[in-house]
Ligand binder design. Structure first.
Ligand code: NAD
Length: 427
């Protein structure tokens, strides 16, 4: 069993710390935010991630996980140091590496000879060299181990990954990192740093393109009067396409796809390569947000001025509390931009600062006096919301369900009007 430090205890760092500790390693999680460390030391999670809290309790009890806000305590003894800090989008679309560089610089004097610094943050090709330069120690190795977890399913994904990828300058170093996961049975890819870095961006961008395509096809289905779910189901039965990630929605978002597609575009451009599919997928996604706002506006007589819209769902997907780059917020911004007032309910969000948006404490409170209801996140609990109660609280009856979570026949019977696209033609 190895001694491991994890730098950054956000969505990725926490899952990594708790997951590696549950495999039997001695892990110390470090974060610059002492408030996060205090919450963890009290045995609580600073984020919502199903199942992670239970394992946190176990690994704290076993002593396999410790947390600290003192960097040297985490790093000095560690054989492996996983960097899980943010890599947000910079102004020009490229990945901002400043957190990775400052974390690497801060740890360099505490590292023991032979330590391996493993980048888990999503970083562009060439970042391993940047980390090596920031550390500036010939007795320390640098590896890349990109993370593929899905928020809301992070525990399952840690324990049952589709693959683990490790890139390093030498096979021995890559293998030493891979050995940390020896208890996990899955395809394991040992490769170079650049390849590991690119596998992550290529995967996320492919998924974003897939979702943009699904949303475009769903819009076409509606225009021609076809059933998008049946079309996508029929497509997904082709094993070359596969039936996962084929659900239409209000557009994709979250803390990764928007910045990672932009960053891959930026990486390609810096090498003189065009990636027109990615550029188009990003534009298609903006069109998807706009289509939802258009639908609501058209069904309310062509203007949102003076209208109140109830929204169910603020997080970028169900089973997380993460609202970063949420498509729900992108749609809400458009509704507000067109003069509407939005009152939203989300099981995991009690506050969100946006002029024109109020966060309600219950679905009925959000619906009170609303002209229309828009469902933007696929929370399972929305399925059991009482249609009659919500429609009685609303002043209008328009319901736009972008995630198809409501039982349309039950809601229609209760008086809901699910508007179709005005351009729909029966063919
Ligand atoms: N969230 C995901 O679903 C996901 C999945 C795969 C990969 N990633 C990638 O993983 C990285 C981290 O993402 P995240 O969602 O966990 O971010 P996050 O914002 O949830 O967590 C980052 C943490 O790092 C801490 N931090 C910042 N600077 C630090 C420093 N110098 N030293 C120590 N701690 C520091 C922050 O306080 C925060 O707790 C990003 O590169 C992201 O693209 C994220």
């Amino acid at each position: 069993m190895s001694k491991i430090a994890v730098i950054g205890t956000g969505y990725v760092g926490l899952t990594t710390s708790i997951g590696l500790a549950s495999l039997g390693h001695q892990v110390v999680g470090y974060d610059v935010d002492p408030a996060k460390v205090e919450v963890l030391q009290a045995g609580k999670l600073p984020i919502h991630e199903p199942g992670l809290g239970e394992i946190l309790g176990d690994v704290l009890k076993s002593g396999n996980l410790k947390t600290t806000s003192v960097l040297s305590e985490a790093v000095t003894d560690a054989d492996f140091i996983f960097t899980c800090v943010p890599t947000p989008q910079d102004e020009d679309g490229s990945a901002d590496l400043s957190y990775v560089i400052s974390a690497s610089t801060a740890m360099k004097d505490f590292l023991k000879a032979g330590a391996v610094v493993v980048t888990k943050s999503t970083v562009p090709v060439g970042s391993a060299q940047i980390v090596e330069d920031a550390i500036g120690r010939s007795d320390v190795e640098v590896a890349s181990n990109p993370e593929f977890l899905r928020e809301g399913a992070a525990v399952y994904d840690f324990q049952n990954p589709d693959r683990i990828v490790v890139g390093a300058r030498s096979n021995e170093v890559a293998q030493s990192v891979m050995d940390l996961y020896s208890k996990i049975d899955c395809p394991k890819v040992l490769t170079s740093q650049a390849t590991a870095e690119l596998i992550k961006y290529a995967s996320n961008s492919f998924l974003a393109i897939k979702l943009s395509y699904v949303n475009d096809i769903a819009a076409l289905c509606e225009a021609v009067g076809a059933d998008s779910h049946e079309v996508l189901h029929g497509m997904g039965l082709d094993t070359r396409i596969g039936n996962r990630f084929l659900e239409p929605g209000p557009g994709w978002g979250g803390s990764c796809f928007p910045k990672d597609t932009k960053a891959l575009e930026s990486i390609a451009n810096s090498f003189g390569i065009e990636l027109p599919l990615i550029t188009t997928a990003i534009a298609s996604n903006e069109a998807a947000h706009k289509r939802v706002a258009d639908r609501v506006m058209n069904s309310l007589g062509g203007s949102l001025v003076g209208k109140t819209i109830a929204v169910f769902g603020l997080t970028f997907k169900a089973n997380t509390d993460d609202t970063r780059e949420s498509p729900s917020i992108a749609v809400i911004e458009r509704l507000i931009g067109r003069g509407g007032k939005v009152v939203a309910f989300d099981p995991m969000v009690s506050d969100y600062k946006l002029a024109g948006l109020t966060v309600a404490a219950s679905p009925a409170e959000a619906a009170s006096g609303a002209d229309a209801l828009v469902v933007l996140t696929e929370w399972a609990e929305f399925k059991s919301i009482d249609a009659k109660e919500i429609l009685a609280a609303m002043s209008g009856n328009v319901v736009v369900d972008t995630r198809k979570v409501l039982d349309q026949s039950v809601w229609t019977e209760a008086g809901a009007n699910f508007p179709t696209n005005p351009t729909t033609k029966a063919v």
